[in-house]
Design a protein around this ligand. Sequence first.
Ligand code: SAH
Length: 372
Amino acid sequence: MSATTKVNLLDFDRAALEAFFVDLGEKPFRARQLLQWVHQRGVTDFAAMTDMSKPLRALLAERCMIHTPRVLEVQDSNDGTRKWLLGVDAADNAIEAVLIPEKDRMTLCISSQVGCTLNCSFCSTAKQGFNRNLTTAEIISQLYLVQRTLLAEGHQQGVTNVVMMGMGEPLLNFAAVIAAINLMCDDFAYGLSKRRVTISTAGVVPAIERLAQVTDVALAVSLHAPNDELRDALVPLNRKYPIAELLRACRAYIDGYNRKITFEYVMLAGVNDSLEHARELVDLIRDLPCKLNLIPFNPYPHAAYRCSEQSAIDAFRDYALGRGVITVTRRARGDDIDAACGQLVGAFQDRSRRSRKYQLGLDQIEGVRLAQ
Ligand code: SAH
């Protein structure tokens, strides 16, 4: 039997694995054992999974595989940031994952799609077009591979935080992203607290509503503009889901939780960075529990924008802070290896499929399976 016809067990969260084992006539607790072997111990050889019976191990070896993307390249930045280029299939599609070490945490920024459909005017991923959604296995493999590397290098803890801020719009790949998140937060896999897993979205309102029904991981929203006219131009998805609707969905998402939404706001010189914009923005968000994250624009070849002056960023921040909005400026990390926000491009073949648009993802929102 060729490898490609086997079931990739990295595609399964615990609930899916339990169903899989029950189908084999086994007890559901086999799922927990399997998760620990694979995600915690990094064991891929079924024969070594000694708490399973020999016939079961043989059956798994015959029918299943633990298959991750290929590591094509690892680049180290001067500031400690590390970028993985991962080949996701034979068709030369590649994605990027970025590890950002800080004093008290190791944050991994991961991708959810090959390319992106949303075409935000300032983002270099957008310029690449859209090829396809990543599978659950391809999403969780980014964490799996980086975690294996860190542990092999002697790090005690490995990755402490995951942000879905790499390539793609996570909420347009809903089912696969939820299953991957289930694995990240599962005590038998990575055991990350839901506060340490962040989904970043450009504002797919129905998917935010659906998300609230299945999880309460941290939510970051790429706002970037304080009014619909400007946001329509920067984030075309706004034409479908304008700011008022988006903020309603944000409010509902944290309703009943002691949580804050993070608003991301990329600082574009002369476009959205004046004190007038700051005033408009503060009026919009100040009565919502939130944090404001100012992102200095990271340039790339042929970009149509420049980053705001430091003085403009500081003035914007100080204005928001002065009106009670918790505001931080994100430090650019890994820009010498093109690993900073908006610089991830991966590589892929088919750049012509953006017209299938949001439908691809939105269809999936219905009928997503609830998992623990
Ligand atoms: N699609 C999701 C996640 C991917 S982008 C989203 O829109 O949130 C992660 C963050 O980087 C977003 O806030 C995005 O707007 C921002 N970004 C994109 N290009 C950038 C650039 N060139 N400089 C700085 N931030 C950028």
